[in-house]
Design a protein around this ligand. Structure first.
Ligand code: TXA
Ligand code: MG
Length: 334
C-alpha cells in the first residue's frame, strides 16, 4: 500500500540522511517505543513551525522535545528538581515526559509561549541514533494529522502526512502503542497531565503521591483540550454487560453495521468482531489500539463499539484515549 521512495527501513545510510535533513530544518518521521514522531530541530523556530503546518496543529499546543541523555535534558531546563533526577534515572530512556521550567534557548514555537518545556529520552534505537547523529534536540509530536489516532505503524504516518516529511524512518510497529505519560514538575506538586506508557503506580513508587490534572482548566496539558484520537465513525465504550445487551437489541443488519472491539471473555466472533485479547491484557490493548481504530474506521462502520478495560497499568492510558475518542464522536454528532 505504501511505498514512496521516502520510506526506508532505517539503515545507517537512511539515518545519516535523516540527521542531515533535521540539521537543515526539514521534517523527519521516526519510530519511538510509544508512537511514531514527526521530528524537527527543536532550536530552529522555523523548522518547528513546519510541524504545526504539517499536522494542522493549533499553535498554542506545545511540543515534546526529545533528547539523547539526562545531561542533554538538563541543558534545556532552568531547574532540575530531585524528582526529575529520580524519574529520569528510573524511566529514561522510556515513555515518560517531564515538564520543567524552560531554559531560554528553547524557542516559543516549541512551548506555545509557555514558560515550561516537556522533555523525554525515547527508548528506541532508531530514535536514539537519530538524536546522536543530528546532535540537536528534536521536537516531535505524534506523526498524525491533528485529531487523528496516533500512528503506531509507518504507513499510518505516511497516510496522514505524505510529502510533508522529507524522510520516513521505518522501525516496525511501536512496542507500547500509547504515548508517553506527561508529568509536570514545574508547579507546587508533581502532577500527571496525561496518562501514558508509565503507570501512575510506577511513578508514585519513585516519588510518592502525585496529583492529577483537573479535567478542565489550565493545569491540563494544553493538547488534552483538543479533539483527539478520533476515528471518523462514532465510537462508544461499553462494559461487557452493556455490549451483550446492545447485541441482543440490534437486528441482524444493525449488528453488521457495527464494528465490535472486544475481549476474549465475551466469546463473540464474526467478520466485524475483533477480539483484542484477554480483558486484563492491557498491554496488548495499548499496543493494538490506534492501529485497530484506523483499520476498522477504513471499513466505514456506522458505529464502533469498544469494550472497556480495567484501569490498571496501561489500562488507564487506554481508557483515557477511548474516552477522548468517544467524546470527539459526540461533539460531531448533529
Ligand atoms: O510518546 C509521546 O509522547 C509521543 C512521542 C512521539 O514521543 N509524542 C506525543 O506528542 O505524544 P504530542 O504532541 O502528540 O503530545 C504531547 C502532549 C500534548 O498534550 C501537549 O499539550 C503536552 O504534551 N505538552 C507539551 N509540552 C508541554 C508543556 N510545556 N506543558 C504542558 N504540556 C505540554
Ligand atoms: Mg498527539
Amino acid at each position: 500500500m505504501v511505498g514512496p521512495d521516502s520510506i526506508k527501513r532505517a539503515d545507517a545510510g537512511q539515518l545519516a540522511a535523516a540527521a542531515r535533513e533535521i540539521k537543515r530544518g526539514k521534517l523527519v518521521v521516526f519510530p519511538t517505543e510509544t508512537v511514531y514522531g514527526l521530528g524537527a530541530h527543536a532550536l530552529d523556530a522555523k523548522a518547528v513551525a513546519a510541524i504545526f503546518e504539517a499536522k494542522g496543529r493549533p499553535n498554542d499546543n506545545p511540543i515534546i522535545v526529545h533528547v539523547g541523555s539526562i545531561a542533554a535534558a538538563k541543558e534545556l531546563a532552568r531547574t532540575w528538581p530531585p524528582e526529575a533526577e529520580r524519574l529520569a534515572k528510573k524511566f529514561w530512556p522510556g515513555p515518560l515526559t517531564l515538564v520543567l521550567p524552560r531554559n531560554k534557548v528553547v524557542p516559543d514555537a516549541v512551548t506555545g509561549g509557555l514558560d515550561t518545556v516537556a522533555l523525554r529520552v525515547p527508548d528506541h534505537p532508531v530514535a536514539l541514533d537519530l538524536l546522536r547523529l543530528s546532535g540537536v534536540p528534536i521536537a516531535a509530536p505524534s506523526a498524525n494529522r491533528s485529531g487523528r489516532p496516533s500512528p503506531t505503524r509507518i504507513q499510518d504516518a505516511y497516510a496522514d502526512l505524505g510529502s510533508a516529511a522529507a524522510v520516513y524512518l521505518d522501525g516496525g510497529p511501536c512496542r507500547i502503542g500509547v504515548e508517553s505519560t506527561v508529568i509536570s514538575l514545574a508547579g507546587p506538586r508533581p502532577t500527571i497531565l496525561r496518562s501514558g506508557g508509565i503507570s501512575r503506580v510506577a511513578i508514585e513508587k519513585e516519588i510518592g503521591p502525585v496529583a492529577d490534572a483537573p479535567r478542565t482548566g489550565k493545569a491540563l496539558a494544553p493538547g488534552m483540550k483538543y479533539r483527539h484520537y478520533a476515528p471518523n465513525a462514532p465510537l462508544v465504550v461499553l462494559d461487557a454487560i452493556q455490549i451483550r445487551q446492545r447485541w441482543k437489541e440490534l437486528d441482524e443488519e444493525g449488528r453488521r453495521a457495527t464494528q465490535w472491539i472486544v475481549s476474549r471473555e465475551l466469546g463473540m466472533a464474526g467478520n466485524n468482531v475483533t477480539v483484542v485479547g484477554g480483558r486484563a491484557d492491557v498491554d496488548v490493548w495499548a499496543r493494538r489500539l490506534f492501529a485497530l481504530l484506523r483499520d476498522i474506521d477504513a471499513r466505514n462502520p456506522k458505529t464502533i463499539v469498544v469494550e472497556q478495560v480495567p484501569e490498571t497499568g496501561l489500562g488507564e492510558a487506554v481508557m483515557g484515549r477511548l474516552r477522548k475518542a468517544a467524546a470527539a464522536a459526540k461533539d460531531e454528532s448533529p
